[in-house]
Write a protein that binds this ligand. Sequence first.
Ligand SMILES: [Zn+2]
Length: 327
Amino acid sequence: MVLQQALADLNAAYRNYFASRNGKRKGPKVEKPGFRSRKDARQAIRFSVNARFKVLPNGNLRLPKIGDVPVRWSRPLPSDPSSVTVIRDSADRYFASFVVQTGPRSLPAVEPVVGVDLGLKHFAVLSDGRKISAPRFLRCAEQLLKRRQRDLSRKRKDSRNRDKARVKVARAHARVGDARRDFHHQLSTALIRDNQAVAVENLAVKALGRTRLAKSVHDAGWSSFVAMLEYKARLYGRGFHRIGRFTPTSQTCSACGTKDGPKPLHVRAWQCPSCGAWLDRDINAAVNVAKAAGLAVTACGAVVRPGPALADRGEAGTHPKSHQKMA
Ligand SMILES: [Zn+2]
């Protein structure tokens, strides 16, 4: 049964490839199915209903020829599954992924709409003025990853110890990925729940990934975040807009619409020459993203207090001793 399933998958892969070659299939070109790598530690097996897998009342999963497997469920299944895929990833973790039927879930309608500007300093800046700082998962874990990788490279090839070290590297990477995914899920769910429509800028992630910022760009993981926003919007019946990446979001005043040309990156706030509003660069961009998508947001979040005020002498000291001297 399982081998038949693998054959069916291969058949589907070839069908997609030929359809793509003939131009019958929409979307990006599909490559010829490739061989699996001997070094790829990821394994997957799929059981369809015909293979007679079964979810037991005690929560275990009964698989043909394997037996009863205990499962830690992440959520209850909304319907009877039509197939289950058991995956072992490179960190030696096992996952069971079910195909189920779900109806559209809807959330109560809400008023606000929001534009989102994605960046590196702040992961996201919202058109209502909120700034969400960027947790730098990979950067934080870099020390540990480096050590694990070094341990691995010191092990003899094809040895048992090398295999163990490889799993440790994979586990460290998996932890980074899990933390990032969790952050994306929480933020995207909150945005979709609290807003009737969400607009984001279509970023050139591939191009940015080739620059010096590459590591930070990939660490932020904008693409997977935007993909989450999109599918959650569809799932919950919210609006989702992606605006073109050549919309001049940082050149236009979000209060009056005057376009006053590009500004160097270090300019974080400026005054609009025609209406005199002080604008925060990031929030102004987020408001413009929302406006470009046709969402009605107010620009008030983008307007900031004029100029930085000088701090009092007491506030200005950063060293504890400067306070002592004053006393
Ligand atoms: Zn203006």
